[in-house]
Design a protein around this ligand. Structure first.
Ligand SMILES: *[C@@H]1O[C@H](CO)[C@@H](O)[C@H](O)[C@H]1NC(C)=O
Ligand SMILES: *[C@@H]1O[C@H](CO)[C@@H](O)[C@H](O)[C@H]1NC(C)=O
Ligand SMILES: *[C@@H]1O[C@H](CO)[C@@H](O)[C@H](O)[C@H]1NC(C)=O
Length: 333
């Protein structure tokens, strides 16, 4: 996203209800209950945050099965995940790229996030002015969706973006593909989901056609109205992940192409994608999204937990394979 500092964000969002919160890494393994339910292992390695009901198969109301979450709001038992990023050495070996928190030290005083994803739920996207709030209806239990596709090599879905970080965390311009030169502070990746729902399906065969994207510009802008086919405005869900590529930069020979690949052997950055599994308890998310003029604070209706508590939430390694260290090939490839 475009806004860099807490100060800028605070100025940007006076009218809408939005949530921005940290989630520590829950697990990194080869499971995908949305695209490949029941498969253990799934095709490629994922980086997953959120509730401990995460499993190869996830049906029904996740919030009734999970007992903890790696996210700041204990009522959010959802799972959020993306492919994992790897460095491909010129000698043919791969190494997983570590994840670091967005803005380490945290904007709102909740430090202690380990790895993880920063998650947003916004009403009308991060708009600058006083455009009226979109009333939003939150997701029903069992709801899931994906955005982007590992096989995409054409124009990337709007809102799937890369930014090159400097040492201090400053973000460069938004790009549709991997940076072509080393980024001293890592690679910042944004995954921006569509926000219009067809009003009936918890999922669809491609995990996307029950949703519709109205955003046509990069970044966080006011969302145009939802179409008749997908009339229900849902919260805009966005993920931000920082991949700490810095320790691999010295192994990126000058002039060589980008050596970072998604875990599906994705050299083409346009294959970036993300998965969402709704799991909020009861009406907790709706309560927050019904408020106005709130952003970091749980909208006056959500309690936070300390990240030290969130970090105690774990799931088992259900796949049992090595995904880190120097590897001859990517797991599953
Ligand atoms: C994951 O699924 C397996 C097989 O259905 C089940 O035995 C196990 O209890 C589940 N684990 C969690 C944490 O839900
Ligand atoms: C490639 O280089 C890395 C880093 O020096 C090393 O650890 C790894 O064993 C090498 N792989 C091969 C196949 O030589
Ligand atoms: C949210 O607002 C809608 C529309 O005003 C209302 O129907 C609904 O009951 C509210 N839900 C909660 C949980 O506050």
């Amino acid at each position: 996203m475009k806004w860099i500092t807490a100060r800028a964000l605070a100025l940007v969002v006076p009218v809408q209800a939005g949530l921005r919160f940290q989630c520590s890494t829950l697990t990194i393994q080869r499971l995908d209950p949305v695209v490949q339910p029941g498969s253990n292992p799934s095709a490629h390695v994922h980086h997953i945050v959120g509730g401990n009901a995460f499993n190869a198969t996830m049906e029904g109301d996740v919030s009734t099965r999970a007992t903890c979450t790696t996210c700041e709001f204990p009522e959010d038992l959802s799972n959020y995940w993306t492919a994992a990023l790897y460095f491909k050495h010129q000698n043919g070996s791969y190494h997983r790229v570590p994840v670091i928190p967005v803005n380490p030290g945290n904007l709102d005083g909740y430090s202690g996030t380990v790895g993880g994803i920063t998650v947003y739920y916004t009403q009308n996207d991060l708009i600058r002015d006083t455009i009226a709030q979109n009333p939003v209806k939150t997701f029903p239990p069992g709801f899931r969706m994906t955005v982007g596709s590992p096989t995409n090599t054409g124009a990337p879905h709007v809102g799937l973006r890369y930014q090159c970080l400097s040492v201090g965390g400053g973000r460069g311009r938004e790009m549709p593909d991997f940076p072509t030169t080393p980024c001293a502070g890592g690679i910042f990746v944004t995954n921006h989901f569509p926000a219009c729902w067809n009003g009936k399906d918890l999922d669809s065969p491609d995990h996307q056609s029950h949703m519709y994207n109205t955003i046509t510009m990069d970044g966080f802008v006011a969302a145009p109205a939802c179409p008749a086919s997908h009339p229900v405005r849902m919260p805009q869900v966005t993920y931000e992940t920082v991949w700490d590529t810095s320790k691999f930069n010295s192994m990126w020979p000058s002039g060589a192409p980008n050596p970072f690949v998604w875990s599906f052997e994705g050299v083409n950055g346009k294959g970036t994608h993300a998965d969402y599994m709704f799991g909020w308890k009861g009406d907790a998310l709706q309560r927050a999204m019904n408020k106005s003029e709130c952003f970091y604070d749980g909208c006056g209706s959500l309690q936070k937990q300390q990240m030290a508590t969130a970090n105690k939430c774990t799931v088992k390694d259900m796949v049992g394979e090595v995904t880190d260290g120097w590897l001859d090939k990517l797991p599953g490839m």
